[in-house]
Design a protein around this ligand. Structure first.
Ligand SMILES: [Zn+2]
Length: 304
């Protein structure tokens, strides 16, 4: 990810989160005593659906151990990338998504994008949520971009758990070869027909979502509905944001094709593109806040 100068000025820290509530079954009372009339209880309103720290960090742990088993990285063309792909696909298949691998070739190596569709929703109005899954060759890429990949995966699983029935069609994607120059996402957009491009109402990108010592969430200001929903989400949580334009990650591939975009990043951290970009380079509290922002906003966007 090439970092525009505005972002370099803003990297630093804070954060926190909560849980999905299940109502326990009440045991039956003995027939002898007339039961005291029960005061009618209002239906349990589900509190805000959330992703727990354990749910999102478990995906990062899986990606870290894949890198450790494969020469320390998950770069384009490597076994580490292919195993990362299979891990994410396996979780999604189990959660009921319709998944497909989209191959492309770059620098003589086969790369893949992974696309996952949730059943239902208006196919002419698609909300696409994505993150790049590859790392640089120098390191495992836990902050860049295991964090974004895990936040998007945790969101997909949470939607599945909730059995979401979206109004707009919900699609997720994990891109390959972003570190080589947005290769995977560009390939995906290039292969879309004009009609298919028009059906994408908005593409949301998440590249680095668990940066230690974050100071602001850098919100991509483009598609007004999504942009406003992100800003409202963070404002409601009392979390600071900074508005950024299109550039430096996979949303650029969509913006360049005239497809509206948004999303956010927590910015540049230590160990950027280095061997030390390991799981301890990701702040679990920040990552949890970010995963819940992805979930909260995506849920709102597909609901109308
Ligand atoms: Zn990145």
């Amino acid at each position: 990810m090439e970092i525009p100068s505005r972002i370099r000025r803003t990297a630093a820290a804070i954060g926190l989160c909560a849980v999905l509530v299940a109502v326990p079954a009440v045991p039956a009372v003995a027939a002898t005593e007339p039961a005291a009339p029960k005061t009618p209880q209002p239906p349990a309103v589900p509190t805000e659906q959330v992703v727990t720290t354990e749910q999102v960090m478990s995906h990062l742990r899986a990606l870290q151990s894949i890198a450790d088993r494969n020469g320390g990285n998950r770069a384009h063309g490597s076994k580490g990338f292919r195993q990362s792909l299979m891990y994410v696909k396996g979780v999604l298949d189990k959660a009921g998504f319709r998944t497909s691998l989209r191959p492309f070739t770059h620098n003589g190596a086969l790369g893949y994008n992974l696309v996952a569709d949730w059943p239902g929703g208006d196919p002419d109005h698609v909300v696409l949520v994505g993150a790049h899954l590859d790392s640089v060759e120098a390191g495992p890429g836990m902050s860049d971009n295991g964090s974004g990949s895990a936040a998007v995966l945790a969101t997909a699983v949470a939607m599945s758990r909730a059995g979401v029935a979206p109004k707009r069609h919900l699609r997720f994607a994990w891109w390959g070869a972003e570190e080589q120059g947005l290769i995977g996402s560009e390939d995906y957009v290039r292969k879309l027909s004009a009609a298919q491009r028009r059906k994408i109402d908005v593409y949301l990108n998440f590249d680095m979502t668990g940066t230690r010592n974050v100071q602001q969430w850098l919100v991509v200001h483009d598609e007004p509905g999504a942009t406003d929903t992100f800003e409202a989400y963070f404002a409601a949580k009392g979390l600071p944001t900074f508005d950024v334009g299109i550039g430096g990650s996979d949303h650029q591939s969509f913006g360049d094709a005239g497809i509206p975009v948004s999303g956010f990043s927590t910015g540049l951290g230590d160990c950027y593109h280095a061997a030390c970009d390991r799981i301890d380079n990701v702040d679990p509290a920040i990552e949890t806040i970010s995963a819940n922002a992805v979930l909260g906003v995506t849920r709102q966007l597909v609901a109308h």
